[in-house]
Design a protein around this ligand. Structure first.
Ligand SMILES: [Zn+2]
Length: 506
């Protein structure tokens, strides 16, 4: 049996106006043909899928298509999208005939002039393989599900965990679904319902947060032999495209008649949670730092969700850094990072032990912050490369370019050339900085950082700063989304949003 495998993964923040280029994908590692399995066969969803299929008998022959992955950022530019399409198409045509196709996808990815790259890629693959070859994909829990995705894929399997600790297991679940399709000759039927709502990511925790019971329900549904996949996609909210909203999905063998009722029940429960989901305690930068200083223990970790690199914000905002520098003394010091290639360059020019002086911050999203003057000492120069395990990544190679650690008094800043996970202590550790020893630490992440910081944080606070991933919705200029969309519009019932429709069957 021959299965073609590939990956297209990025989360697009349409409020970050800096495009994602082919260079960005190449920085994160483009792989073509056999390189896909050789280089990324142990990584994330692809790793989980290959691990599960690797145990099948007779052995499967895997045919690598292409792997284009890079960290969340602005919309993909036309050239990069053209390259992704042509590489996948060419490799797939060379691989045919195949018995199935597996794609590791994100589900909230757009390009210049194309709002739904995920659906578009699935359509390209469907047109190549024809109607009868199963196409299976994995998605982030923040995917924005579209009709085009549902029409072209047989089975989509999303993360059930936020923080996203189940990328590998999601690949395994996709393999189990495919196996059922192949062995039992199942043509899956997917029931889905779109909801006209987006919500703040701070409350997306599926372990202890408000939506946790809904995810336990999905797990229960997947224990039914007739269910191939149950999904609740909370939608990347900083994704200004038509049809943005939460989606409930249930992919089944079609044998029972109650699936429509199950989807409606789940969707209604989601809708009823919307006000609670939006209830987040956030502090203005000054208040957040005051609160952190008033706390007896350390470190106090401040989540800056508005500049979350994990949500596609550029990681260039200095609202909290400015507050740190304004304080006479921060016991144990403060630690943050900034995506600022100019500052890295200045530090490298100066050299270790030398004085650093530059205006820093706001290099990518100047509409949300003014640069600030920063004077300090260059402590260390490095390549910011590490392997991400935990939230979002499993065995995921991270390349954030050159970096520099610069200190000013007891404030330490890790400057990096390129974006990357703002949720993990590993980023600071790569720079020789141990966040456990600091008084205040900034994580540029709304909620995923809790997975790794909670075990040692004295307290965790959420900041309310401006930025491309702010949950202060009126600050953002949504103009492509379908309306009404809660909470941009105050609606009482999802039926007021005619664009959503009821349960869809594919
Ligand atoms: Zn996500």
């Amino acid at each position: 049996m021959r299965i073609a495998v590939g990956q297209m993964w990025q989360e697009t923040n349409t409020f970050n106006r800096n495009p994602t280029s082919l260079d960005d994908f190449e920085n994160w590692g483009v792989a073509v043909g056999s390189e896909v399995v050789e280089q990324y066969g142990q990584t994330g969803e692809l790793g989980g899928f290959l691990d599960a299929c690797g145990k099948w008998n007779p052995a499967i022959e895997f045919l690598g298509l292409a792997r284009f992955a890079c960290w969340p950022w602005g919309a993909v530019d036309g050239n990069a999208w053209e390259q992704i399409q042509s590489r996948v198409r060419r490799q797939l045509e060379a691989a045919l005939p195949v018995d199935a196709v597996f794609l590791a996808l994100h589900g909230a990815m757009s390009a210049d002039g194309e709002n739904d790259l995920t659906g578009a890629l699935l359509e390209i693959v469907r047109n190549s393989v024809g109607p009868d070859v199963p196409i299976v994909g994995t998605l982030d829990l923040h995917a924005n599900i579209t009709d085009r995705m549902l029409q072209n894929a047989d089975l989509l399997v999303g993360y059930h965990a936020c923080p996203h600790l189940d990328s590998f297991e999601t690949g395994q679940r996709a393999a189990a679904g495919l196996r059922k399709m192949l062995e039992e000759n199942v043509r899956p039927v997917t029931y889905s319902r779109k909801l006209p709502m987006i919500t703040a990511a701070e409350n997306h925790n599926t372990f202890t947060g408000i939506p946790a019971p809904l995810y336990r329900r999905l797990e229960e549904l997947e224990r039914d032999a007739d269910v191939l996949s149950a999904g609740l996609y909370m939608a990347m909210p900083w994704f200004d495209v038509p049809n943005l909203g939460w989606t409930v999905t249930l992919t089944t063998t079609g044998k029972k008649t109650r699936w429509k009722t199950d989807v409606n029940q789940l969707a209604d429960e989601c809708w009823n949670l919307r006000a609670d989901m939006e209830n987040v305690e956030r502090y203005q930068p000054r208040d957040a730092v005051d609160r952190a200083l008033a706390h007896g223990g350390h470190p106090v970790v401040i989540g800056d969700g508005a500049d979350a690199t994990n949500s596609g914000s550029p990681g260039d905002q200095v609202h909290l850094l400015k507050e740190f520098l304004a304080r006479d003394h921060i016991p144990h010091g403060a630690l943050t990072f900034l995506v600022d290639p100019e500052a890295v360059n200045v530090a490298r020019q100066a050299g270790v032990g030398q004085t650093f002086q530059a205006a820093v911050g706001g290099g990518f999203a100047p509409e949300y912050c003014e640069p600030i003057e920063f004077r300090g000492t260059v402590e260390r120069l490095l390549d910011v490369d590490f392997v991400l395990d935990g939230h979002i990544g499993k065995n995921m190679p991270i390349h954030m370019g050159k970096g520099a650690v610069v200190t000013s008094g007891n404030v330490a800043v890790l400057f990096v050339e390129k974006t990357g996970p703002g949720s993990t202590p590993s980023l600071y550790e790569t720079g020789g900085l141990d966040p456990r020893t600091f008084g205040i630490v900034v994580a540029k992440s709304p909620s995923g950082f809790r997975a790794e910081y909670e075990p040692f944080a004295a307290e965790i606070l959420s900041a309310d700063c401006p930025g491309c991933a702010s949950a202060n919705w009126p600050r953002l200029n949504f103009f492509r989304v379908n309306r009404p969309l809660w909470p941009l519009n105050q609606i009482e019932s999802p039926t007021e949003a005619k664009w959503c429709g009821g349960v869809r069957v594919d």
